[in-house]
Design a protein around this ligand. Structure first.
Ligand SMILES: NC(=O)c1ccc[n+]([C@@H]2O[C@H](COP(=O)([O-])OP(=O)(O)OC[C@H]3O[C@@H](n4cnc5c(N)ncnc54)[C@H](O)[C@@H]3O)[C@@H](O)[C@H]2O)c1
Length: 324
């Protein structure tokens, strides 16, 4: 099987490539934007194309002759989307549209797995979203992802493309760019710096270990039905304060928490009902406790990986206030 992985040098994409190396012939296309890191896959032998998914000529060439495409390529940091929304419209909306167009014009029979997010539903105080619930994105990031999802569904319906969508909750694990909550907290704690938490720290996210997400994507690639959407979640709901407190406990550090001005439009709680993907045969293998410990240990043992990526901007307490 030949798989084209877009955004394969980012956090989840590189974990997916790693998990699929012995199952498929992999080509990665990545524009080497800030979230990417060539060292994520430096020990592996795979085909690499330095290219932008918004570039039609490149994508038209790449979709030829592959059996599947997994689209991870995206701008992903909500804080950055608040200060620079246009970059998100480009990569997330126009990029996805370009892949769809390239597939349509090639009469491609490949299966596209479009990797989306729980953030498209917006927040929910009680209960959990199902796949057919209304989309109500809150940030420019989630609005761009929701828009891309709509294009994918339209291309299935209008042109008969073979595409499925996964919507997953917050991931954590190896190779996560240090601007995101968990690696940032680990790195700041290691340096005995205060750890900024937005607002009161009560915002709830459902945390999934990245390799569990990758297994769900692989299963949807194999068994997901054309035009269907699959929510992916582990059910490990934690407040941001609980997450940071657990990191401090694992690292045996004192209370370094510092509450800072909240991000505008900050969603209170995300929660997904993932029974549909579980019916396909998926369930998470890692508990939050185990996965978080593994992630802390990996970051502490692999300073060579994150050190070159870290600067004042990346570790800033309120990145949404910065110009990116
Ligand atoms: N991280 C999470 O918790 C999470 C949760 C649910 C869904 N997702 C989705 O999973 C996907 C991957 O997320 P991630 O956390 O690995 O992101 P990431 O920022 O770590 O990686 C994104 C990758 O895409 C590449 N990229 C961006 N724009 C591109 C373009 N125009 N052309 C080619 N490459 C481009 C970047 O260079 C980078 O390597 C995204 O679509 C995201 O919306 C992420």
């Amino acid at each position: 099987m030949r798989i084209l992985v877009t955004g394969g040098l980012g956090f989840i994409g590189s974990n997916f490539v790693r998990s699929m190396m012995d199952k498929a012939e992999i080509t990665v296309v990545d524009a080497l934007k800030y979230g990417s890191n060539e060292s994520n896959l430096k020990d592996l032998d795979y085909n690499f194309v330095n290219g932008d998914i918004c570039n039609y000529e490149i994508m038209a060439e790449l979709v030829k002759g592959v059996d599947a495409i997994v689209n991870f390529a995206a701008e992903t940091h909500v804080d950055r989307s608040i200060s620079n929304p246009y970059a998100f419209i480009e990569s997330n909306v126009i990029g996805t549209y370009t892949i769809l167009e390239a597939m349509r014009k090639a009469n491609s029979e490949a299966k596209l797995v479009h990797v989306s997010t729980d953030e498209v539903y917006g927040d929910i105080e009680k209960g959990s979203f199902k796949e057919d619930d209304m989309l109500k994105p809150s940030s420019p990031y989630s609005a761009s992802k929701a828009s891309a999802d709509m294009f994918v569904l339209a291309y299935v319906r209008t042109y008969g493309l073979n595409a499925v969508i996964t919507r997953c909750t917050n991931n954590y694990g190896r190779y996560q760019f240090p601007e995101k909550l968990i690696p940032k907290a680990i790195i700041r704690a290691k340096m005995d710096m205060k750890i900024p938490i937005y607002g009161t720290g009560k915002n709830v996210r459902d945390w999934i270990y990245v390799l569990d997400h990758c297994e769900a994507i692989n299963l949807v690639l194999e068994r997901g039905e054309r035009g269907e959407i699959y929510n992916v979640s582990s059910g490990e709901e934690k407040t941001n304060l609980e997450v940071v407190s657990e990191i401090l406990r694992i690292m045996d550090k004192p209370d370094l928490v510092e509450f800072v001005e909240d991000r505008p439009g900050h969603d209170i709680r995300y929660s997904l009902d993932s029974s549909k993907v579980r019916e396909l045969g998926w369930k998470p293998k890692h508990s939050f406790k185990e996965g978080l410990k593994e992630t802390v240990v990996w970051n502490l043992e692999n300073e060579w990986w994150w050190k070159p990526l870290v600067d004042e901007k990346i570790l800033h307490p309120t990145p949404w206030k910065l110009e990116w």
